[in-house]
Design a protein around this ligand. Sequence first.
Ligand SMILES: Cc1cn([C@H]2C[C@H](O)[C@@H](COP(=O)(O)OP(=O)(O)OP(=O)(O)O)O2)c(=O)[nH]c1=O
Length: 209
Amino acid sequence: MEHSRTTPIEHPSQLVLASSSPRRRELVASLGLSLPVLILSSDTDETTPPHWTPPQIVERLGLRKARASAELLSPEDASASLIIGADTIVVLDGEALGKPRDRADAVGMLSRLQGRRHEVFTGIACFEPRTGRQLTAHRRTEVVMKPLDSGTIERYVESGEPMDKAGSYGIQGRGAVLVDRIDGCYFNVVGLPLSLLSDMLSEFGIAVI
Ligand SMILES: Cc1cn([C@H]2C[C@H](O)[C@@H](COP(=O)(O)OP(=O)(O)OP(=O)(O)O)O2)c(=O)[nH]c1=O
């Protein structure tokens, strides 16, 4: 009998989430993947040139985060891994809003967002060090915020919730009550569009379901 000489396709045996975001960690955990998930964040420079579009910002920053974490892995770990990086921004009137610098900045952002429609972009990057293959994609969700008076904004900012979040609100927390409606993926607003992530993982031989 003749033996097939085709090399078996190798798939990553662990996922590395290049993120310090507790939300992203919980969202990945909610998928109940059969392979181990390692959390490995690095200090990535998040400055971007002014001419980058929102999709470019979130996809390229996601990739920057994934590639920076790859540098921290041993060669053995790296070759077994698929590394995931992500980035989220809020876009209002063509301007990208990231995380607030301080409470005054958060009040300023929410004062601009209240009563209006804005867009949330999240980019995901997958990087496979063994092959050098990388894949990036993004999702866009429209969010309409209720009109808010200044007292509500001040009290919300005082709660501390806005401080580590793009656009200064968290739709998954108390910020839910500030939002009138959304059009698009909810998980994209929280920071990791799970349905997109699942499609991307399948490109690397990892099936969620
Ligand atoms: C709009 C919005 C953003 N966010 C969060 C998602 C992201 O964590 C954060 C945007 O900042 P990011 O720079 O995308 O992520 P991060 O610094 O928190 O984590 P890391 O770079 O290590 O992965 O805003 C919410 O949690 N809820 C929301 O409703």
